[in-house]
Structures are given as structure tokens and as C-alpha cells.
Design a protein around this ligand. Structure first.
Ligand SMILES: [Zn+2]
Length: 284
């Protein structure tokens, strides 16, 4: 890892008027919430054997024959990524770095880890949904429903990859099956909480327009770069005082036109944050 880039990032976090964090799946992977390998094999061996599902992400798109099977998969998918604690304290490490700063988080992650780590929920915008919420599949109304109790029961009571029929959730308004509140197509429900968060994010950006803002991008891959990566680079280009930082294992880069105001660190996010936190301790 490039020590000089680490120092630059630490200095930017310390001196910026505001930090806008943009998070992608690499951040949760660094926290140990991996979607393939050991964790997957341990919790989904029956599904792997029967359906040859290659990883957790792919399983979310598998066309199961029945709702009993669908919810057996999804309750485990939700439970092991949303309700259990992350194996490594990467999110807490991040909070430690920005807790005294004026910060805001824009995330495409749906695993609720920012809230679990104690980030102020008024400073969070989770654009793509939340594993902890369900919605009507149609949807007949723009509301979401907390699923924790139902998911825990489904995990506990499923047998042979099927949940009991009476646990299959239905819309309280129209009676159609419920589905995940995840943005996979245009049926995604943007509820009141979503709209309020979107407004708070725009307001935060407006309030810091043309100030020294650090756009800190963490673990955003090249699959869905539009929401965080492209917008962070554009906002940096438009504000001469802004700085763009990109921390990513294997894919840390920037654009020519903002290269002088960019910090790129190719490395594991958890390790990077740990090093910066340690150098902070030394200075105080
Ligand atoms: Zn409905």
C-alpha cells in the first residue's frame, strides 16, 4: 500500500469541511460479508447441491418453483447478510474516522451495516433498498414493511429448503405476495423514508457547494458505477476545492482532469482504515 497516498487521505479527512462517503459492495466484502466461498458453502450447501447456485448474489435471481422455496432461500439470504453481525469491524472503523466530521453517506449496499455500526441514520441515503424491508410485488401502494421477525421465523422453521406455507408473506392491501424492497426493476418502492433521505442528501450537497468537500468512494466496482463513482467524479470536477478519493482492492483509479485532486489507494478497505486510525492516534 502506498504510504504517501495513505497520509494524503488521512490529511484530507482531517481538513475537509465535509466528507461524502460513497459505498459499494467492496466495503461489505472487506467487512467479511462475502457472497461466495466458505460463508456461502456453510449456509447454503443444500441449495448448492440441488440447484448448483454459484454464489449468494446469483441465488437472488434464481427462479424457484414455489414460494415456499423462494422464501427458504431469501430468508437465509437476508438473515446472514442483514441480521447477523459482520465478521470484521470495518464499518465501525469508518465511523471512528468521520464521527466528528460533517459527513453524509450514499450507499448502494442493502445490508444495513451503516445503521448497525451506529452511523446517524439522518446522514444515510441507501438508494437501492434494504434487505430488512418488504414491499407488495405489484406494487399496489408505496410502502415498505419491516421483516425481521418474519425472517427469523422462516430461518428457524424451514425444512428441506421450504418454509411452512403459512409463513409466506402477502400484501396487507391487495393480498398479492410480498417481495424484497430492492431496486432490480421499475417496481421498486421508494417509500417516505427513501424520499426524505434523498432530500437530505441533496440538501447536504447544496450546503457544501464550492467548499472543501472530500468525496470518499469505498469499494465501488465497475458493475454499477453511475450512482457513486461517476457522480463523485463529476462533482469533484465542478468544484475546484473538492477532492476525490477512491479506495478499492484492484480497481483504484481516477480521471485525468481531476488527477491532481485525487487520492487512489489500491488495497483492502479495512486495512486502509485501520492504518489511518492508527496514525491518528499517534498524532494526538
Ligand atoms: Zn399490494
Amino acid at each position: 500500500m502506498d504510504t504517501r497516498q495513505l497520509q494524503r487521505l488521512a490529511h484530507q479527512i482531517e481538513t475537509a469541511d465535509a466528507v461524502v462517503i460513497g459505498a459499494g459492495s467492496g466495503l461489505s466484502a472487506s467487512a467479511g460479508l462475502t457472497y461466495s466461498g466458505e460463508r456461502f458453502e456453510q449456509h447454503f450447501s443444500d441449495f448448492i447441491e440441488k440447484y448448483h447456485i454459484p454464489d449468494i448474489y446469483s441465488g437472488g435471481f434464481y427462479p424457484f418453483d414455489s414460494l415456499e422455496e423462494y422464501w427458504a432461500w431469501w430468508s437465509r439470504h437476508i438473515y446472514y447478510n442483514r441480521y447477523v453481525d459482520a465478521p470484521k469491524p470495518v464499518y465501525s472503523s469508518l465511523l471512528e474516522l468521520v464521527t466528528d466530521k460533517d459527513y453524509f453517506v450514499l450507499t448502494t449496499n442493502v445490508d444495513h451495516q451503516f445503521q448497525k455500526a451506529g452511523f446517524d441514520k439522518h446522514r444515510l441515503f441507501y438508494t437501492q433498498g434494504d434487505y430488512g424491508l418488504w414491499q407488495c410485488m405489484k406494487p399496489c401502494h408505496q410502502q415498505t414493511y419491516d421483516n425481521e421477525e418474519a425472517v427469523r421465523r422462516m430461518v428457524a422453521e424451514q425444512k428441506h429448503m421450504r418454509v411452512p406455507k403459512e409463513l409466506i408473506p402477502h400484501c396487507p392491501v391487495c393480498g398479492k405476495p410480498m417481495t424484497m424492497n430492492l431496486r432490480t426493476d421499475n417496481t421498486f418502492v421508494e417509500d417516505e423514508g427513501w424520499h426524505r433521505a434523498a432530500e437530505r442528501y441533496s440538501e447536504f450537497l447544496r450546503r457544501h457547494d464550492q467548499l472543501h468537500v472530500l468525496f470518499l468512494e469505498l469499494g465501488v466496482g465497475s458493475n454499477t458505477p453511475g450512482i457513486v463513482k461517476f457522480s463523485f467524479r463529476r462533482m469533484t470536477a465542478e468544484n475546484p476545492k473538492a477532492v476525490y478519493a477512491c479506495v478499492n482492492l484492484g480497481e483504484a483509479c481516477t480521471l485525468e482532469e481531476i488527477a491532481e485532486r485525487s487520492v487512489c489507494i489500491d488495497g483492502d478497505i479495512g486495512e486502509v482504515l485501520k492504518k489511518i486510525n492508527r496514525s491518528d492516534d499517534k498524532n494526538t
